[in-house]
Design a protein around this ligand. Structure first.
Ligand code: 5AD
Length: 356
């Protein structure tokens, strides 16, 4: 286990030889705990309507220049079939916090996906009512993702205006609730938010551990010109030593997360692949990650799910996208995981597997 001081030390380390040791260490922990396989999750971004006004996010409610969409149940089911047809074990349904997506509709959708495809279902639909979260889990939803974005309640408040939410403690309480009612539970942070310090990154990593999370996804902050935080003049005013929002810092956070939370599933995120198009995805997998979440949202919706710029690297058919991924994984010697690929942390904490 690392102390906060040790984590901060590593986050500030820039000597390439020493960093090599960090990557190797994280990679060894990953290999010993969750194996060589990389689990693939197919993401469908089912709606970009959002009632929140997160100051970093391009689909926040105040951004009038995004075209809004909500996919139909049939459209979603069709994409889920494609994802299953490619051999994936999990579909992730992601959306803005869209209350026109009703609890009953999601319930029906989850049932139909489970019935038609047998895929594990991960939901990422924001802060929803506990009764809905519970009903969706009973209907078959396996996992839930809700990022706390930063371990600092004050920074959280600054970037999440209070109308319709924006309370850090509430989000943490929902994460605890999700675990309690049986979800495999995921969270994560944005790395390099304006005003974010090294100490706070260390606090986030320790909070992952304290909350005993099952999945942890971290991505670099990518300024979006249509948002308050995308205008680029925030950092000068900050009294803290600003954390860089680059691929290297994200890989350090992932590596330290792997070392501190050895049994969790960690994706090499799309945001990481966006800031380093050549190497990002691979670097993530080499520094502790064991999951990739390719996007299967059909056009034109994928373009409109504009949470940060440059996300849609290039559009490939699902088959071509999969073939490219298979090639990359083969190149780095990592086999594709079979089945649902549940988090070892979840299996352990729910006593589905026992220590040898
Ligand atoms: N830069 C990086 N990540 C972002 N997200 C949203 N906007 C941005 C941005 N500008 C991330 C948040 C959110 C997830 C869906 O995308 O972590 O939880």
């Amino acid at each position: 286990m690392l102390t906060k001081e040790e984590i901060v030390y590593w986050l500030k380390e820039d000597n390439p030889d020493l960093l090599q040791a960090l990557w190797q260490n994280a990679d060894r922990v990953r290999q010993n705990h969750v194996d060589a396989v990389v689990h693939l999750r197919g993401i469908i971004e089912i709606s970009n309507y959002c009632q929140r006004r997160c100051r970093y996010c391009g689909i926040n409610a105040t951004n009038k220049s995004v075209k809004r969409y909500r996919m139909s149940m049939d459209e979603i089911l069709q994409v889920a079939q494609t994802i299953q047809g490619l051999g994936y074990g999990t579909v992730v349904l992601q959306a803005g916090e869209d209350f026109r997506i009703t609890g009953d509709w999601v319930l029906e959708l989850v049932k139909r996906i489970k019935n038609d495809t047998g895929l594990a279902v991960t939901l990422s639909l924001g802060e929803r009512h506990p009764d809905e979260l519970e009903a969706w889990h009973r209907a078959g939803a396996d996992r839930y993702l809700l990022k706390f974005e930063t371990a600092n309640p004050l920074l959280f408040k600054k970037i999440h205006p209070p109308k319709n939410g924006g309370i850090w403690k509430k989000r943490i309480d929902i994460l605890r609730f999700l675990k309690e009612i049986g979800y495999e539970t995921g969270s994560g942070i944005i790395v390099g938010l304006p005003g974010q310090s090294y100490e706070e990154l260390a606090d986030s990593i320790l909070l992952f551990k304290k909350l005993d999370l099952d999945m942890i996804g971290n991505g670099p902050f990518i300024p979006h010109p249509g948002t308050p935080l995308g205008k680029g003049n925030q950092q000068r005013k900050n009294p803290v030593q600003q954390v860089p929002n680059d691929a290297l810092m994200t890989c350090k956070v992932n590596a330290l997360t792997r070392i501190v939370c050895p049994d969790v599933n960690i994706p090499s995120t799309t945001a990481l692949a966006t800031v380093d198009r050549q190497q990002g995805c691979e670097s993530g997998l080499r520094s502790g990650a064991n999951v990739i979440m390719p996007d299967f949202t059909p056009l034109p919706y994928r373009q409109w799910y504009d949470i940060y710029p440059g996300r849609m690297l290039s559009y490939q058919t699902p088959q071509k996208q999969h073939a490219l991924l298979v090639r990359m994984l083969h190149k780095i010697g990592r086999p594709i995981g079979q089945g649902a690929g549940a988090s070892l942390n979840f299996l352990r904490r729910t006593k589905r597997v026992f220590e040898a």
